[in-house]
Design a protein around this ligand. Structure first.
Ligand code: ZN
Length: 395
């Protein structure tokens, strides 16, 4: 078994990484290993398995057997307990300068177990931010330009265009593709023991996104939220309905956020209390309230991100809905993503024209863009739904 078996539908990438691991061994021996380098950029659409590939590569670099998946090093990487593998993601919408400085500082040391120091940066597209003059990206750039020996950077991003050119030019790029619906279905059945019908539905709805397909199988709430989006277009009949639909949309994201962060938030608070010895009697310990208020800020940032991701996911579902409507209107001979909602799709198709559907698709896309800034979701969604209700009149 090899850790690269976890890369679904990525034979090219798996091969390239396996060769790099081979050469990495030569480098550790003091020889030349041209297939290995210290900075990597894994690009692929959401769900293509960027993080899975990055973790597998980290395992293979730390493992003395090239990534067996079963030795202590391999297991430690998966369990996030390997001292030489640091995995980070932005807490808020973007990486903060201080967060990146902290990672870079850690990267100056030698490997603790004597092989490689591996730093995985998820969402490297969120390094840049115009408001911050791209400071986080520049801090990282310096570290990549002058790497400590045996330090490996693995940056993950959706596409090459999402990463600033100065960083991109210093990384070796590994491209991942979206696995096919069939490949995802097979993995869900063989690896996660999913019911075949549910697996096929999950794979189709997630459009090749394995993480989401897995969540769809496990998470009843996610299935309910998807159903709500499918029923949304036909409910937008009056302006009042649009306003309450926007409220429901935001509320759904809020509920999801609470469910997703609650356990982690209270565990973190408990940790801080333990560290500062704040007892049940609530005795104030020096530094404790500052630490708790810092933590609260971090948790708020994370909550905002989880909430905006949930809204975005619902908008993606809405895009898939109108895409299906367009396929029905065109009579195109392609599979429908939401085939179990054919009634809703046919109804929407019959009551509009392809031009109107295109306009609606554009509007959903535009809304996603607006919401990636600092807009207030409820107002933006109200405007979107009003336009979806009556696409021609508004323009
Ligand atoms: Zn191993």
């Amino acid at each position: 078994m090899s850790v690269f078996d976890a890369l679904v539908g990525q034979p090219m990438a798996a091969h390239e990484l396996a060769v790099a691991v081979w050469d990495a061994e030569l480098v550790l021996d003091g020889q030349a290993g041209p297939a290995m380098t210290h900075a990597w950029l894994f690009v692929g659409p959401p769900g293509s398995g960027r993080s899975v590939a990055a973790r597998a590569f980290a395992q293979a670099l730390q493992c003395k057997n090239g990534g067996c998946g079963t030795c202590q090093d391999c297991l430690d990487v998966v369990n996030h307990t390997h001292p030489d593998v640091v995995i980070t993601e932005p807490i808020g919408v973007h990486y903060g300068v201080e967060d990146v400085r902290e990672i870079v500082a850690q990267a100056s040391g030698a490997p603790l177990r004597g092989r490689w120091r591996v730093f995985i940066l998820e969402d490297a597209d969120r390094l840049e931010s115009q408001q911050m003059d791209w400071k986080p990206a520049n801090v990282l750039l310096k570290a990549i330009e002058e790497p400590a020996p045996h330090t490996v950077w693995i940056l993950c991003a959706p596409s090459l265009q999402d990463v600033i050119p100065t960083i991109k030019s210093r990384c070796r790029v590994v491209s991942l593709r979206t696995p096919t619906v069939q490949e995802v279905t097979d993995v869900l059945i063989t690896k996660y023991d999913a019911d075949p019908t549910l697996a096929a539905t999950a794979a189709r709805l997630s459009q090749g996104h394995i993480g989401q397909a897995r969540r769809y199988i496990r998470d009843e709430d996610m299935r309910a939220r998807h159903l709500a989006v499918m029923n949304l277009p036909s409910s937008l009949v009056t302006l009042d309905a649009c306003i309450s639909a926007a409220a429901n949309f935001v509320e759904g994201a809020e509920e999801h956020m609470k469910g997703a962060t609650k356990g982690r938030d209270s565990a973190e608070r408990e940790d801080v209390r333990q560290v500062y010895g704040v007892g049940a009697r609530g005795i104030e310990v020096r530094g404790a309230s500052k630490a708790l208020s810092d933590l609260e800020k971090t948790q708020k940032k994370r909550a905002r991100r989880v909430r905006s991701d949930a809204v975005d996911l619902a908008l993606l579902d809405l895009l898939a809905f109108y895409r299906d409507v367009l396929m029905v209107q065109w009579g195109a001979d392609v599979g429908l993503i939401n085939s179990e909602f054919e009634d809703q799709l046919r109804e929407a198709a019959a009551s509009s024209t392809p031009e109107v559907t295109m306009r609606r698709l554009e509007e959903v896309l535009r809304t996603r863009e607006v919401l990636s800034g600092n807009a207030v979701p409820k107002m933006v969604l109200e405007a979107l739904f009003a336009t979806l209700k009556d696409p021609v009149a508004v323009r």
